[in-house]
Structures are given as structure tokens and as C-alpha cells.
Design a protein around this ligand. Structure first.
Ligand code: SAH
Length: 248
């Protein structure tokens, strides 16, 4: 079981697999006023940077589940490196339908809401692991500017304009699901560059090391087209943020 190999190639050097920088991740942890010993569940935990740094900085305990074997291995190494291997656990697996045995103070899905079939389904899934008074975290894109055409949405790697909302509408949608938005930290264009541009160096080096690989042609084509596509579309049209929710 694994995610499509192309992601394990292009994001192999990422610690954070979304447009957040380490500073934004720390800002979010501080904004949530995390208490030592708080249990955190993270569905689609990637390389574990959120759980590992929050365990180090705020003393949380956590479990992350991720379908990428590579990212999960990297998460375990990171936990050891930061000296928090006794506080965080990383499970390689499909997080679809995952509910924790013990209720948690923070239930998160940061940039992987397809796990619950979309934002609403993911909130419903996370709520099943949440203790009374706990916080749900959703990391999700939104439109900085509404794409004027469907083609522009596709260039942002969305299927359609309707995949995402503009920020006020996304915030309103949480209210309609019965949740207060109690905090939010938004990425910015520099953060998008960290996420997207970091893939380019990784791809270049991977191509040098793997010229005969089955995916070499695809990676070559991506590396050639991605900088322009990112600058023209994702960077201009897509926002991204993590939203903290509590039931009303
Ligand atoms: N939250 C992490 C990773 C976001 S990228 C971070 O912010 O760094 C999306 C992640 O979802 C990837 O790590 C991918 O491997 C994982 N993923 C995709 N489908 C999944 C599934 N069904 N179950 C668990 N993880 C999944």
C-alpha cells in the first residue's frame, strides 16, 4: 500500500508537504495554546513535522497515520532526531475511517481532506476521535482570487473551480457544519514557493541519479513546465490555510 510514486519522488526532501513554513507551523502550535500532554491525532501526517515539533516545543503526545511508506519512515527518523520518539507514534496505513481508541484534544487533517471524502466528511471523521472541548484542524486550499475560467482552475491542479471556495465562503461553510472557527493561520506566496520550488531541485537531482527510470520522462516534463505553471497559476490563484474548529 502506498501513494502514487511520483509524490514519493518529488516530495522526498520535504519535511512539510504543504505551503506552510516551519515558522507557520510553530505559529499555529502557539495559537492553539497547546498544553503539555495534549493528545493529537494527525490523519495524513506526511513526514511528521507537525507532531514532532509540537512534541518538542509544546510537549504534546501524538499519533500520525500516513499512506506513504517513505514519509512515515522519515517521520520516525525525525522523531528520533528531535528526541520525541517516546511521545509520537507514526503508523503506515490508510487513514480512511480511522478513529482513535482514546479521545484526543486535537484531531487534525492538514492537506489531505480527500481522506474523509472532502472537508465535511473529514470533519465528521475527526469529530469521532475528539474529546469534549477539543479542537479540529483542517488544512485546506482556497481561492485567493476566483479563477475566471475552468482552464485556470485546472492549471492550479484542481479538477474544477468548484473544488475550492474563496476564503470568506470557506469560513462560512464551517459555520454551516455547526463549527466555530476559533483560529486560523494562513500560508502565503513565499510558503507556496517553499512547497513547490523545493520539488524542482529534488526532481533535477533525481533525474541525474535515475536517468533510465520508468518515470524519468514524466519527471523531466514536470521539471520543465512546473516553474512557469506555478508562477502563473498556483502562486497567484491558490491560498492555503489551517483552520481550527470547535463545535458550536
Ligand atoms: N499533513 C502533512 C502531509 C500533507 S500531504 C503535512 O502537512 O506535511 C498529504 C499526505 O496525505 C501525504 O503524506 C500522503 O502520503 C497522505 N495520504 C494520502 N492519502 C492517504 C490516505 N488514504 N491515508 C493516509 N494518508 C494519506
Amino acid at each position: 500500500m502506498d501513494i502514487p510514486r511520483i509524490f514519493n519522488i518529488t516530495e522526498s526532501a520535504h519535511r512539510i508537504h504543504n505551503p506552510f513554513t516551519p515558522e507557520k507551523l510553530a505559529t499555529l502550535g502557539a495559537a492553539l495554546r497547546l498544553e503539555t500532554g495534549t493528545r493529537v491525532l494527525d490523519l495524513g501526517s506526511g513526514s511528521g513535522e507537525m507532531l514532532c515539533t509540537w512534541a518538542r516545543d509544546y510537549g504534546v503526545m501524538g499519533t500520525g497515520i500516513d499512506m506513504s511508506q517513505l514519509f512515515t519512515e522519515q517521520a520516525k527518523l525525525r522523531a528520533a532526531e528531535l528526541g520525541v520518539a517516546d511521545k509520537v507514534k507514526f503508523i503506515h496505513g490508510d487513514a480512511t475511517g480511522y478513529v482513535s481508541d482514546e479521545k484526543v484534544g486535537v484531531a487534525a487533517c492538514v492537506g489531505a481532506t480527500w481522506i474523509g471524502g472532502g472537508v465535511a466528511g473529514t470533519i465528521e471523521l475527526l469529530a469521532r476521535s475528539l474529546r469534549t472541548g477539543g479542537i479540529i484542524l483542517i488544512g485546506e486550499p482556497y481561492w485567493r482570487q476566483l479563477p475566471p475560467t475552468e482552464n485556470i482552475a485546472k492549471e492550479c491542479l484542481a479538477h474544477s473551480v468548484s473544488d475550492f471556495l474563496i476564503l470568506p465562503e470557506l469560513l462560512a461553510s464551517f459555520g454551516r457544519l455547526g463549527y466555530d472557527v476559533v483560529e486560523m493561520v494562513l500560508a502565503n506566496q513565499d510558503g507556496w514557493d517553499r512547497y513547490e520550488a523545493a520539488k524542482w531541485l529534488t526532481m533535477h537531482r533525481w533525474l541525474e541519479a535515475n536517468p533510465g527510470d520508468d518515470l524519468a520522462k514524466d519527471v523531466r516534463a514536470k521539471l520543465t513546465s512546473e516553474p512557469e505553471r506555478h508562477a502563473a497559476y498556483t502562486r497567484e490563484y491558490l491560498g492555503w490555510g489551517v483552520f481550527a474548529l470547535m463545535p458550536r
